[in-house]
Design a protein around this ligand. Structure first.
Ligand SMILES: [Zn+2]
Ligand SMILES: [Zn+2]
Length: 135
């Protein structure tokens, strides 16, 4: 209950801020949204098998990629939301170098799904993903 109230307050804050300072897409610059639908659709979300250590998408029977099998990582495990290129790189750069904190709100539900292991492929939309319905 408390987290839902905080979520509503957070979304209300960002909605109000968008009203005062209309956002532009972090990738293409189109006015109106922090990330437009066309750019969001280009993100290559990781929904299939991935390395248990570094989180890169992979195939085969091994649980770890070649790099993680041959070198010691400074971490135990990482899970990635998407392949780091194109639109998601633009979003990370907007957050990191332009202090565009609003872009993080765009991915909150998807990141929560990754953390909880609930990220699933979106039917009819290859490579994209969405969190499953609450329930
Ligand atoms: Zn865009
Ligand atoms: Zn790996």
């Amino acid at each position: 209950m408390k987290s839902k109230v905080l979520d509503l307050i957070n979304r209300g804050f960002w909605g109000t801020l968008d009203w005062v300072y209309p956002p532009v897409c972090a990738s293409c610059g189109e006015p109106g949204e922090r990330l437009c639908g066309d750019c969001h659709a280009q993100i290559k979300f990781i929904t299939g098998k991935c390395c248990l250590t570094c989180g890169v998408p992979m195939q085969g029977t091994s649980e770890r990629c070649c790099a993680c099998l041959t070198m010691l990582r400074p971490y135990t495990a990482v899970r990635n939301l998407a392949v780091y290129d194109g639109v998601i790189r633009d979003c990370i750069h907007a957050l990191k170098y332009e202090n565009n904190q609003g872009i993080g709100v765009v991915f909150t539900d998807e990141l929560a799904a990754v953390v909880s292991g609930r990220l699933v492929a979106r039917p009819g939309h290859a490579g994209a993903a969405q969190p499953p319905a609450e329930g």
